[in-house]
Ligand binder design. Structure first.
Ligand code: ADP
Ligand code: MG
Length: 702
C-alpha cells in the first residue's frame, strides 16, 4: 500500500530522536539521553560526536550552511548563516562542524533590543544550544540550512531573548511540582513538564491587493477603510467550506509543517471573512514555542507561493474580528500523569484539587502580570472589544468544578451532587467527566477538561511570555504549598485545610458568566479585580516589587532583566504607533487627499459644464456632493495637520514610559480622528478615484 503523505514527510527535516539513535554510537546516544532527561550539563566529547552526526545528516540532505536560530526581543526569530566550509582548507574544500560551533555562537548583541542591558554590561552576545528542542533543516532560495535552536544572552548571562526565561521557568515549575507529587507517593517522578498547544488564527488576502496598500505593507494592518456592505454578520464564514485557493494553501502549509515535525492537526475558517485557524497537537512548552514561531514563518512563506499574503496582525481590519492565539496549557509528570486531569482515584483527586487551588491563587495574585503577558500594540485593539476576552483576568471553571469549589468553601462537601455521596471533597470528583466542562468563549482563562486555555494572546505574539509567566507564578505558589506540606504532621488534614483556605481566599477570580457583558465590568470592579485597558498601562507591573521578587525567587528573570524588558516594551509600543502614524500621514497626503481633490474637481467640472450647456438643468446632486466632499476634505486636512504636529511632539518626549503614554493617549487618538473623515469619504467618492483596494475587495475577493 502506498504511504500516506503524512507518513512520507513527517519529521523528515528534523534531527530527531530516531535520527540520533541511528547516527550516534550506542554509548553516546545513551549518555546523551541521560543528559537530556536529567537536565545535566553537556559533556564536550558528546557535543562533538553529536555535532559530527548532525553535520553528516545535514550534508546528506544537501545543507551548505548552519545557523544558530534564536528568538531575540523583537518577537521574531533571528539567524546568521555560516557555511560548513572549514578555514583549514586550501585546494580541496573540507566541511566541518564541531561541538564548540554547535554549543556556542557569538552574534553581535548590539543590534538587538536589550533595553539598556547593553549599556550596563557588554555589547557581546552569545547563543547557547538548546538541546531540548531538535535541530531542523530549512530549504529556501539560499539552499538548505541546518537550524540549531538556541538561547540568546549577554556577556554576563542576562537573557536577551524569549527562550531563556521560558527554559528557566520550566525548571522552576518542575522543581516545585515534583516536591508536591512526591508528598503524595509518586516517588518515581523526576520531572514535571508543561504541555502547550497553541491555536493560531490568521488572515489570508490576495497579494496583489496587499501590495497596493502601504498600511498593510508597513504596519500589518489597515489604517483606513470603510466597512463593506457585508461583514461577518451572517456567521457564514466560521467553519464554512474552505475555498479552493485557501485549501491549496492549507495543503501546502501542512506538508511544510509536518516536514518540520510540527503536529499540524486542525484547520478551519474562522469568524471573520478571510480568517482561518490552525491548531497543532500539544507538546512541551519549549518545543511548542519554537514550533509556533516556525508556524508563523511558514504561513507567511507558503502564502506567497499562492500569491496570497498571510496577515498575523491582531487587528488587520476594523469592524470584523481580529486574530488571537489560544494557549492551552497543562502540567504532566515524566511518568505520564496529567496533573490537571481530574482523574478518578481519590489520591489523584486531592492532587488535582491542590494543583487547581495553586493555579487559582497564582492567577489571582498575579493577574496584572498575566494581563501584561498578552499585551501588544496590536492586541490593544481586541481585548475588551467583544471579540476577545476583556482585559480583566478571571478563571472559568465550568459548572461542575465550580460546584465543587463552592462546597469546599462552605465546608459541606458531604452533600451529594449528581447522585454521588460525598463524604469528603474528594469523593465528588468522579462525577467530573471531561465533557462535563461547558464551553465559555468569553473567559480569558478557562478550564477545559484537562488543561487551562489562556485566550488573551494576540495572533502575532510569541507564546513564550504567557508560558514563562504561568510557569513562574504557579511554581511560586507550589513552592509555598510544598514548604507548608512538607512540615505537616498530618498531611491529609493539612492539605484539605490548605485547599479550602486557598480557594476561599481567591474565589473572587472565578467567574463563569459572560465575560463580554457590561455587567461583568462593574462586577469585576466590585470584586477588586484589575482592569488594565492598554499595553502601556500594563508595563509597570513588570517591574513592581512583587513581580521582581516572584521572578527572582523562581530564578526566571532578575530585576535587571525585567527592567530591560519593560524598556523594550515601551520602545516597541512607541515605535509601532510612530510607524502607524507616519504611514497614515503618508497615505493621507500622497494618496487620499490628492484623489479626493481630483474627484471634487471632476464634480466641479461637471457642474460647470452642465450649467454651461443647459442653465436650467438641476445640478443639486453634484452640488450637494461637492459640498459634502469639500467639507470632509477640509476636515481631513485639519486632522492631518494635527496628527503631524502630535507626531513631532512625541519625538520630543523622553523615551520610555513618558513617550509611550503620549503615543497612547495623544497620537493614537489623533490617528482615529484622521481616519474618520477619510473613511466617510471612501463611501462618497467614486470607486475609480479611490487609490487603494477596499475592505470588500480585500476580505471577499480571494
Ligand atoms: P478547542 O475546542 O479549544 O479548539 P481542542 O480540544 O481542539 O480545543 O484543543 C486545542 C488545543 O489544546 C490543541 O492544540 C490540543 O493539542 C491542545 N491540548 C489538548 N490537551 C492538552 C493538554 N493536556 N495540555 C496542553 N494542550 C492540550
Ligand atoms: Mg480553544
Amino acid at each position: 500500500m502506498e504511504q500516506n503523505v503524512i507518513e512520507q514527510v513527517f519529521g523528515t527535516d528534523v534531527f530527531n530522536d530516531d535520527v540520533m539513535k541511528a547516527k550516534l554510537p550506542k554509548d553516546v546516544y545513551r549518555s546523551w539521553k541521560k543528559t537530556l532527561e536529567n537536565g545535566e550539563d553537556l559533556d564536550s566529547d558528546i557535543a562533538n560526536v553529536v555535532a559530527h552526526a548532525m553535520k553528516e545528516w545535514a550534508l546528506e540532505h544537501g545543507a551548505t550552511h548552519y545557523t544558530h536560530w534564536f528568538q531575540p526581543m523583537t518577537g521574531v526569530t533571528a539567524e546568521k548563516h555560516d557555511s560548513f566550509l572549514s578555514p583549514a582548507s586550501d585546494s580541496k574544500p573540507v566541511l566541518e562542524f564541531n561541538g564548540k560551533e554547535l554549543i556556542k555562537g557569538e552574534p553581535d548583541a548590539s543590534s538587538f533590543p536589550s533595553g539598556g542591558l547593553r549599556a550596563t554590561f557588554e555589547a557581546r552576545g552569545y547563543t547557547a544550544w538548546d538541546c531540548t528542542s531538535p535541530a531542523f533543516l530549512r530549504e529556501d532560495a539560499a539552499g538548505v540550512t541546518l537550524c540549531i535552536p538556541t538561547a540568546f544572552c549577554s556577556y554576563t548571562g542576562e537573557a536577551l531573548d524569549k527562550k531563556t526565561p521560558l527554559l528557566r521557568s520550566m525548571e522552576a515549575v518542575s522543581r516545585q511540582a515534583v516536591r508536591i507529587v512526591k508528598l503524595f507517593g509518586h516517588n518515581d517522578v523526576k520531572k514535571v513538564a508543561c504541555s502547550v498547544g497553541p491555536e493560531q488564527e490568521y488572515f489570508l488576502i490576495d497579494r496583489d491587493k496587499y501590495l497596493q496598500r502601504d498600511d498593510l505593507i508597513f504596519t500589518g494592518r489597515t489604517l483606513f477603510g470603510a466597512m463593506p456592505p457585508k461583514g461577518q454578520e451572517m456567521d457564514d464564514h466560521y467553519f464554512g467550506a474552505i475555498k479552493e485557493r485557501i485549501a491549496a494553501f492549507m495543503k501546502d502549509l501542512n506538508t511544510e509543517l509536518w516536514k518540520l515535525g510540527i503536529l499540524a492537526k486542525t484547520q478551519h475558517n474562522e469568524v471573520a471573512p478571510a480568517q482561518h485557524e490552525m491548531a497543532p497537537i500539544f507538546t512541551t512548552a519549549n518545543i511548542a514555542t519554537d514550533h509556533n514561531q516556525l508556524v508563523m514563518e511558514v504561513m507567511k512563506k507558503v502564502a506567497k507561493r499562492h500569491n496570497l499574503e498571510c496577515l498575523l496582525h491582531e487587528k488587520p481590519f476594523a469592524g470584523v474580528n481580529g486574530s488571537g492565539k489560544h494557549n492551552n496549557w497543562s502540567m504532566v509528570t515524566d511518568t505520564g500523569i496529567n496533573l490537571l486531569d481530574p482523574g478518578k482515584k481519590p489520591h489523584e483527586n486531592i492532587l488535582f484539587l491542590l494543583f487547581l487551588a495553586a493555579i487559582i491563587k497564582a492567577v489571582d495574585e498575579n493577574a496584572e502580570l498575566l494581563r501584561l503577558s498578552a499585551a501588544s500594540p496590536g492586541n490593544d485593539h481586541r481585548l475588551g472589544a467583544n471579540e476577545a476576552p476583556p482585559a480583566i483576568i478571571s478563571i472559568f471553571l465550568g459548572e461542575q468544578l465550580e460546584d465543587i469549589v463552592e462546597h469546599i468553601i462552605k465546608g459541606d462537601v458531604s452533600t451529594s451532587i449528581q447522585g454521588g455521596k460525598l463524604d469528603t471533597g474528594v469523593h465528588v470528583l468522579p462525577v467530573l467527566k471531561k465533557d462535563a466542562t461547558d464551553r465559555n468563549r468569553t473567559s480569558p482563562f478557562a478550564f477545559t477538561g484537562n488543561k487551562f486555555e489562556f485566550r488573551m494572546l494576540g495572533s502575532s505574539m510569541s507564546i513564550s511570555g504567557v508560558n514563562f509567566t504561568l510557569n513562574a507564578i504557579v511554581a511560586d505558589t507550589l513552592q509555598e504549598f510544598a514548604d507548608e506540606l512538607e512540615q505537616a504532621s498530618d498531611l491529609d488534614s493539612t492539605v484539605r485545610a490548605l485547599i479550602k483556605k486557598t480557594i476561599t481566599d481567591h474565589q473572587k477570580v472565578i467567574f463563569n458568566g459572560d465575560g463580554y457583558s457590561d455587567s461583568w465590568i462593574d462586577e469585576a470592579e466590585r470584586r477588586g479585580l484589575p482592569n488594565i485597558k492598554s499595553m502601556v498601562e500594563a508595563i509597570p507591573y513588570l517591574v513592581s516589587d512583587k513581580t521582581v521578587a516572584m521572578f527572582e525567587r523562581q530564578n526566571v528573570l532578575s530585576r535587571a532583566e525585567l527592567e530591560s524588558r519593560a524598556e523594550i516594551n515601551y520602545e516597541n509600543y512607541s515605535k509601532t504607533i510612530n510607524i502607524e502614524a507616519k504611514t497614515m500621514i503618508e497615505m493621507a497626503s500622497k494618496q487620499f487627499i490628492p484623489a479626493i481633490i481630483d474627484y471634487a474637481t471632476n464634480l466641479a467640472d461637471s457642474i460647470n459644464k452642465i450649467a454651461g450647456a443647459c442653465p436650467d438643468a438641476d445640478v443639486t446632486v453634484q452640488t450637494d456632493l461637492l459640498k459634502k466632499v469639500s467639507a470632509l476634505l477640509a476636515e481631513a486636512q485639519n486632522k492631518l495637520t494635527a496628527l503631524k504636529a502630535k507626531v513631532a511632539e512625541a519625538a520630543e518626549k523622553e523615551e520610555g514610559q513618558e513617550q509611550a503614554l503620549f503615543f497612547r493617549q495623544v497620537v493614537f487618538t489623533a490617528m482615529s480622528e484622521l481616519r474618520a473623515p477619510i473613511d466617510e469619504l471612501e463611501l462618497l467618492v467614486s470607486r475609480e478615484y479611490w487609490p487603494v483596494p477596499s475592505y470588500g475587495e480585500l476580505l471577499f475577493e480571494v
